[in-house]
Design a protein around this ligand. Structure first.
Ligand SMILES: [Zn+2]
Length: 252
């Protein structure tokens, strides 16, 4: 009997842990706090977002295509990559794209193991040093989130942003297929997840995403969906007035 009870207790504990992990790993889960996954559904607007840069030459090549269509993207930058390529981050910001926080090292374990989630501030510092701007928007690496991570983001006055359209462009997929996937699921208010980098790998090939962009933008526009900058879609401030450590800010 005692053994049976112990077994039942173990099963409950394992089940709870499994559920807790599922909530953390599921990008759409709201169990641990608010994650914004789309803008207003009643307006014909969408936003194009790019994760894991800066990653030359792809980040600025993507920016070039966006600008050809008069579109500005949101770039969720990895702090370590910003340290390696600060001039790319600076260029993106100077050309009117949104720069945002995507952690410092792009690792799940930091979200899981650091109750203060210092990765957030580390990335903020790197981005502020490179661009003079302090992002107000954050996206968890791989969508993996914990209660303490989301609490840290909220305590900074920042907003956690997910997505509702993701064509899995980090896998080997043709440009045509990426266009098809995005256009088949985009609707008013959609936040579209694409990648100009791949975690912290330098020079990761993003040619499919780059080649898909004209088809994605033209296809969206043909459906009456206009890509705007993410902060405009969400009607939120793009940047904070000050980063935690202002000593690194340009001119400070
Ligand atoms: Zn990422």
């Amino acid at each position: 009997m005692r053994r049976l009870l112990a077994l039942a207790a173990f099963a409950v504990a394992a089940g709870s842990l499994g559920l807790a992990y599922y909530w953390a790993a599921s990008p759409s889960s709201q169990a641990y706090g608010a994650i914004v996954r789309n803008g207003p559904r009643q307006l014909p607007l969408v936003a194009l977002t790019f994760d894991d840069g800066p990653n030359p030459p792809w980040s600025l090549a993507i920016a070039d295509v966006l600008e050809r269509y008069g579109v500005r993207g949101a770039f969720f930058l990895v702090g370590e990559n910003v340290k390696a390529y600060p001039e790319v981050a600076q260029q993106l910001a100077a050309r009117g794209h949104l720069v945002a926080d995507h952690s410092y090292r792009h690792r799940k374990r930091d979200s899981l193991l650091d109750p203060r989630y210092r990765e957030l501030d580390r990335a903020q510092e790197a981005i502020a040093e490179a661009t003079g701007l302090c992002p107000a928007l954050y996206r968890p690496p791989n969508g993996f989130h914990t209660p303490w991570q989301l609490r840290t983001v909220a305590a900074r006055g920042m907003v956690t942003v997910g997505w509702d359209v993701q064509p899995s462009d980090w896998t080997e997929t043709s440009a045509e297929e990426l266009v098809r996937r995005v256009l088949s699921s985009a609707r008013p208010g959609s936040i579209i997840l694409l990648h100009d980098g791949l975690d912290t790998r330098h020079g990761a090939d993003r040619s499919s995403t780059l080649a898909a962009l004209p088809g994605i933008i033209e296809g969206l526009q043909a459906r009456g969906l206009h890509p705007v900058r993410l902060d405009e879609l969400l009607a939120v401030a793009p940047y904070l007035p000050d980063c935690p450590r202002t000593a690194h800010r340009k001119g400070a």
